[in-house]
Ligand binder design. Structure first.
Ligand code: NI
Length: 177
């Protein structure tokens, strides 16, 4: 999620520097985007079905199940970040290596991932909907991106959702063609 996996691997981490997740958001309201994702993941799981949920979406890429797990894990990470950034002055974000987290992904199933995502997302949205405009502009720091505001976290979280949803939808559209 931290600009490391747009296309995957080392080259991907370089490429994704140039296409920050927040740019996927366009003019959309991040809270609206964040509010719609859980339902969409549920639909996608049905569309992929049991036959395809464990198949990599491209050679060397994650399966839909692994993407769902990654999104649940990312909402754990974002949930921690939101709370740290609201609580601390000029909070410094701690990035994580998603490939290291993914080493344990064999133990989770897709249904569990979607359910966990929905609960975590709802928990985070409850917090985010309470954040004041002043808190939205609270300064924080990222070790790679430098100074940014709290609101930037929402934009990145939402852009990250859009990016993963678009890639999963593209697989379904290609297989239906
Ligand atoms: Ni990601």
């Amino acid at each position: 999620m931290q600009f490391r996996e747009l296309t995957g691997g080392r080259f991907g981490s370089y490429l994704s520097w140039m296409i920050p997740y927040a740019t996927y958001l366009g003019n959309q309201d991040p809270l609206e985007v964040l509010s719609a994702t859980a339902r969409r993941l549920h639909e996608l799981a049905h569309q992929f079905g049991d036959a395809h949920i464990n198949q990599p979406i491209a050679p060397g890429k994650w399966s839909p199940r692994e993407v769902f797990i990654h999104l649940a894990d990312c909402d754990l990470a974002f949930g921690f970040r939101y709370r740290q950034a609201l609580g601390e002055e000029n909070h410094l974000v701690q990035p994580f290596d998603q490939d290291l987290w993914a080493k344990s992904y064999a133990v989770y199933d897709a249904h569990q991932a979607i359910q966990t995502f929905a609960v975590l997302r709802n928990w985070n949205l409850t917090l985010l909907r309470s954040v004041t405009p002043e808190q939205m502009s609270k300064p924080m720091r990222h070790p790679e991106r430098g100074s940014e505001t709290f609101h930037r976290l929402l934009e990145i979280n939402a852009g990250h959702d859009i990016n993963h949803l678009q890639r999963l939808e593209a697989v379904l559209n290609n297989s239906a063609a």
